[in-house]
Write a protein that binds this ligand. Structure first.
Ligand SMILES: *Cc1c(COP(=O)(O)O)cnc(C)c1O
Length: 391
């Protein structure tokens, strides 16, 4: 295996950053296409930046965020955290005690690793379900988590969402929704209600997923619970810092969901192109997502069945290698090339991304095919593959 552990994932991420830097230096920003759907946007005026001091900034921006955050998510009170993962950790540290149960409903496995890791950290029993037939709430359950949309953008059915909340309410157990991308995907493309309006007590969303904000987490919900979590977040340094809060405010102000809606048409065009071009060679490797297409670990593995693969290259390695080819040869940034340890290896092309505006679907389809071919050329050479991932 090329990627054996979290440290290897960090090394891979560092080498991707070197490649990004060299493309920037040699060709410029125009030749980089960030299609992750995570923008890391930072909109700020000169005036905003002048207010960025440790205690002055928050006095202004936190108040604005309170209003905008409630509009976006609902709820009685808002809390800005460093990442969605930080919000998940702070919530579990605040509401869950050792040996009690955390019950998680999600539309499709796997859960985001921050949920399972936080559960483990506090010594809770963790059970997850992806169907309502098996779903049950044991005695001594302290928190119910619902994922609105998974890392691969599989969206929950709204009726199931309501049913899980109903069952939690009957037992008077707080419900926390991981709506990292769902707060926008569910509401804009699937016409679902906000998590809080469906009865959830708490929600967290990622301010750089499908919106032009910074990597960060925005939480909202019942005042009493948010106060508890806020205090815990401050104790462990999990809260968002003033520059992030400023960028969250401006990201929310500029958000209108148009990019998300426009991605539907682009997706259809791309799928037609991919089908026409592949005519047998790439078969069914592509799957639709709400705002684009993806190549999952499973479908890449199936696609490669007819190729002779080395024993010491895993199917996850293949995803990383393909993502690295996309980056190095075509300037396309996808999540596996730059992700944090434990994130999904799925290669997702998010057509609601900012950079999609400068990319014709015809060009994108060509870039995907070219990368696939160069990937096939090196995947049977362990040394070359290793060099590509960790150079
Ligand atoms: C992205 C994501 C997270 C974590 O977001 P970070 O910004 O990486 O902390 C958590 N849950 C889901 C479902 C996600 O998609």
């Amino acid at each position: 295996m090329l990627i054996k552990n979290s440290q290897d994932e960090v090394k891979k991420r560092e080498s991707s950053f070197k490649i990004i830097k060299s493309i920037l230096n040699e060709k410029g920003r125009r030749d980089l296409y960030d299609l992750t759907g995570l923008s890391g946007g930072f909109i700020a005026s000169e005036n905003d930046l002048n207010l960025l001091e440790t205690y002055v900034g928050p006095a202004i921006f936190e108040e604005e965020l309170e209003t905008l955050g409630k509009e976006h998510l609902g709820g009685e009170k808002v809390l800005a955290v460093n990442r969605t993962s930080s919000g998940i950790l702070a919530t579990i540290l605040s509401l869950v005690c050792e040996n009690s149960y955390i019950i998680h409903y999600l539309p499709e496995f796997p859960a985001h690793p921050s949920i399972t890791r936080s559960a483990k950290l506090i010594g809770a029993n963790y059970i997850e379900f992806d169907n309502l037939d098996d779903f049950h709430i044991p005695e001594n359950t302290s928190l119910i988590i619902i994922t609105g949309s998974t890392m691969d953008h599989k969206v929950i059915d709204e009726d199931i969402f309501k049913e899980v909340i109903n069952r939690a309410k009957m037992r008077k157990i707080p419900v926390f929704v991981d709506d990292a991308s769902g707060a926008r995907l569910r509401t804009i493309l699937f016409n679902q209600k906000k998590a809080i309006d469906l009865g959830a007590d708490l929600v967290v969303t990622s301010t750089d997923k499908l919106m032009f904000g910074p990597r960060g987490g925005l939480m909202a919900g019942k005042k009493e619970l948010i106060n508890k979590i806020k205090s815990k977040a401050h104790q462990f340094g999990l809260e968002a810092q003033p520059p992030s809060i400023l960028a969250m405010v401006n990201g929310l102000k500029s958000f209108n969901g148009e990019n998300i809606k426009n991605s539907i048409e682009k997706k259809q065009e791309l799928i037609n192109l991919l089908n026409n071009k592949s005519s047998g060679t790439l078969g069914n490797v592509f799957e639709e997502t709400p705002t684009g297409v993806m190549i999952s670990e499973e479908s890449l593995k199936n696609e490669l069945k007819s190729h002779r693969l080395l024993d010491n290259i895993s199917s996850k390695d293949c995803c990383f290698l393909l993502a690295m080819n996309l980056l190095k040869n075509e300037g396309i940034i996808t999540i596996p090339a730059v992700s944090m340890p434990g994130a999904s290896p799925t290669i997702r092309f998010d057509l609601s991304s900012h950079d999609c505006e400068k990319l014709k679907m015809e060009t994108l389809a060509d870039k995907i095919f070219n990368s696939f071919n160069s990937f096939l050329e090196i995947v049977n050479d362990y040394d070359k593959s290793e060099e590509l991932l960790f150079s």
